[in-house]
Design a binder for this molecule. Structure first.
Ligand code: SF4
Ligand code: SF4
Length: 222
């Protein structure tokens, strides 16, 4: 999931100071789990805007805000409310915000959140970054733990000389990723994988912007 946090109130207020009316779009997926763009947060934002003398023409929590066509269909019944608003506030991630930019190209659209990382929710509203979207996954070689993300140096062969009693030299709060990998490989009887020297990573696979057409290709006619 995409981990988001609310933008600083001053920044947001400065962004929207020229507008008097707003339509709010949240997201029922990641932003709801992050408590940045679910029903509760939309209600709080509406009340805050109204307390500042602004008008809220409507609010809507999209099922999946980064799904452009699905969001377009969902928002159809709200078209008059959206037309009435001078500005759209999107309370999800940067991808959700850009869905709204696609759908309403003539309206100002502003994010209320900062998008931080791709992560896992480990407990309620506690998140860990687990994948840096490197484009060429090596979890098959590391017992399923990602050193590109979990090791501050992104070492592909580790641990480095700084590991100390299972902790990382960068922070004693952080477990050394390569000790975790060792322990994991040991548990699954794959310690021999530690002896494989990883080749330099192809960082070209991490290029931006990326796009993917995952539609099944039709077989070529013979
Ligand atoms: S190796 Fe790359 S794709 Fe795989 S989990 Fe790590 S960052 Fe993500
Ligand atoms: S101590 Fe471990 S996690 Fe920290 S930089 Fe070295 S190998 Fe990476």
């Amino acid at each position: 999931m995409i981990i988001t946090q609310k933008r600083k109130v001053d920044e947001l207020k400065d962004n929207i100071k020229d507008y008097k009316s707003f339509f709010l779009i949240g997201c029922s997926e990641c932003a709801t789990l992050c408590a940045t763009g679910g029903e509760t947060e939309l209600t709080a934002m509406k009340e805050s805007l109204e307390a500042d003398g602004k008008k809220v023409t409507g609010t809507f929590v999209a099922k999946t805000g980064c799904q452009v066509l699905g969001t377009k269909v969902e928002l159809k019944p709200m078209k008059d409310n959206i037309a009435e608003a001078e500005c759209i506030l999107v309370m999800s991630c940067g991808a959700g915000t850009q869905s709204a930019v696609d759908l309403y190209p003539d309206k100002p659209v502003y994010p209320t959140n900062d998008s931080l990382f791709l992560g896992n929710m480990t407990r309620l509203q506690m998140f860990d970054e687990r994948c840096s979207l490197c484009g060429e996954c090596i979890l098959d070689k590391t017992g399923g733990i990602c050193p590109v993300t979990a090791c501050p140096k992104g070492l592909l062969n580790g641990p480095c000389g700084g590991t100390n009693e299972g902790k990382c030299e960068v922070s004693s709060e952080v477990d050394c990723a390569w000790v975790r990998i060792y322990n994991r490989l040991s548990k699954i009887n794959r310690l021999e994988d530690m002896e494989q020297i990883a080749k330099p990573k192809n960082w070209a696979a991490h290029r931006k912007p990326m796009s993917l057409n995952a539609r099944e290709k039709k077989p070529a006619k013979e």
